[in-house]
Each structure stands twice: as C-alpha cells, then as structure tokens.
Design a binder for this molecule. Sequence first.
Ligand SMILES: Cc1cc2nc3c(=O)[nH]c(=O)nc-3n(C[C@H](O)[C@H](O)[C@H](O)COP(=O)(O)OP(=O)(O)OC[C@H]3O[C@@H](n4cnc5c(N)ncnc54)[C@H](O)[C@@H]3O)c2cc1C
Length: 277
Amino acid sequence: MGMVSFYFCDAAREAGAMITAGIHVSRILPGEGVLLEGGERITAPIVISNADPIRTLNMLDTAADAAWAQKVRSVPIEGCTVKLNVLLRELPNFISRPGTMEAHHYGQINAPLTKSEWKDGYAAGRAGCLPEQLWCELYFQSVHDASVVPADMHTMSVFAQYVPYAFAVGSWDDRRDEVRALTFRSIGRFCSNLEDAVVDAQVLGPPDIEEKVGLTGGHIFQGECLPAYMWSNRLSARTPMKGVYLCGACTHPGGSVIGINGRNAAMAVLRDLDSSR
Ligand SMILES: Cc1cc2nc3c(=O)[nH]c(=O)nc-3n(C[C@H](O)[C@H](O)[C@H](O)COP(=O)(O)OP(=O)(O)OC[C@H]3O[C@@H](n4cnc5c(N)ncnc54)[C@H](O)[C@@H]3O)c2cc1C
C-alpha cells in the first residue's frame, strides 16, 4: 500500500510537477506561499495541505481564521489504535480453515469482537486502560510478495483497537510488552500456532505514531470518524484563508488510502481558479 503515493508521485512528475520530500514547512502564508524550516520561502498563490488540521493550524499561526480554528480544535484527535509490524517463522494456522493457506490470501483478516466486547473495549481505552480483548485487522504482505522477507519467513501487520493514547497508570514504554501480549492473545484465539510463529514485533502506540509519522495525537485518520465529525460535519477542502486548501484525511470522506480527499481538493482548486478568471 505504501507504493500508492510513489505511483502518484511518478504520474505528477510526468505531468511536469516538481516534488520535494522530507522538508518541513514552518509557516503557511495565505496567498503568498510557504516558509520552509530552513528559512527558504516558496512563492505560491495556492497551498494545499495534507498535514493534520492541528499542524496546519499551527503553520497558519495568526493568519488562521478564528471560526475555522475553533472548528479544527473541536474535533477530537487522540488516537485509539496500535500498530504491530510482525516477523513470523510460519503463517498462523487459522482454526476455522485448519491446514490451508487460503485465508492469508484475502486482502484483510479480522479477529472480531462481540458487541459487548466492542463497547467495553472502547470504554476501557478512553479511561486509559487496556480492554480484555482487542479487535485486530491482519495483513500478510509476504504472501503476495515474498521479496519483502528472508526465505521461509513471513510478515504480518496488525492494526488493533482500542488502546489509550495515555495510560491511567504507567506509560507506553512501561506497558508496550503488555500490549504486545494482549494483541497476540486476541489473535491467538483464532489460530493454533501464533505463539511459536512470532520471531519479533514492533509495537507502535498512538504516541509512537505521533512521533514517527507526524500525526497529532497519533490519530491515523487525522481526527475522530464518529458520525458527529463525518460527512458535512467534516472539514472541507476549502478554507476561509486565501488560497489555502486541505487535502488530507481530516476532510470528507475521512481516512484510509482512498485518494478521494486529494481529488476533492483538486476539484475545489480547479473550480475556484475557473470562477476567478
Ligand atoms: C500506522 C498506520 C496504519 C494505517 N493503516 C491503514 C490501512 O491498513 N489501510 C488504510 O486504508 N489506511 C491506513 N492508515 C490510514 C492512512 O494511511 C491515512 O488515512 C492516509 O495516509 C491519509 O493520508 P493523508 O494524505 O491525509 O496524509 P497522512 O498520511 O495523514 O500524513 C500527513 C503528512 O503530513 C506531514 N506533515 C505534518 N506536518 C508537516 C510539516 N510542517 N511540513 C511537512 N509535512 C508535514 C506528516 O509528516 C505526514 O507525512 C494507516 C495509518 C497509519 C498511521
């Protein structure tokens, strides 16, 4: 999935775009362009940001419209998901399909919860605690592309919730091993060999995602995706600041690798350019 943005990048370059990565923008100057961290100024009448809305707001600083800033701050942005990147010596043997390799070829496998486990899990996470079970979504990249691992090894990425951003007792560093064990226990209910299959795992809680990916609160969708913050209530690609647009997951229709937020922003820019001619 990480390749999607590389394909977009190639297509944009072929269409004449110049792309620079790994450089922090420190200020957005509406109608004028951006200031880079090193002090360099890039002049541009239009700036489209996919940084999360709090970071975009910080980059706008005093240039942000007050009502828009209030709307941005009103959206909860504390992550509740943990990501595990796991190296396996063999694939899990799912007890619903024993001995087959069938399930691993599906795009995504879910380790489900009951309705009450969902509710209790959410309440526990919000209270700074760990639930009894985690809901887990699994992907096995090496089944589709063996070149990502050494021979006879496999990868499993796990995406699980609910976990707290901050623990009521202890920190992510203190409790990382507990989260790892809970995740494998939650998946292990559905397979017979997980414990022996795991070679190693990287456990990334919301504060780790915040630090490594640059997302406020470690919220992978740039803000809560509950009904109160969706559809017409989600941030719009257009902002009240001259020439400033949003194209990230904080806009309609929310997060995931879908490309629609970018398309919406592009269409808004094109329409606004057309109507200003
Ligand atoms: C750990 C993790 C696992 C995920 N798993 C899945 C999945 O399995 N399936 C799925 O569909 N989606 C998944 N998602 C969600 C999906 O990746 C996002 O919804 C999608 O990437 C949103 O894209 P975006 O354009 O909004 O930018 P984001 O991916 O939110 O990135 C925002 C970018 O802005 C950058 N930025 C912030 N401040 C500045 C600055 N001052 N200057 C320059 N750059 C800045 C950040 O570094 C970051 O790269 C996952 C996300 C995470 C974090």
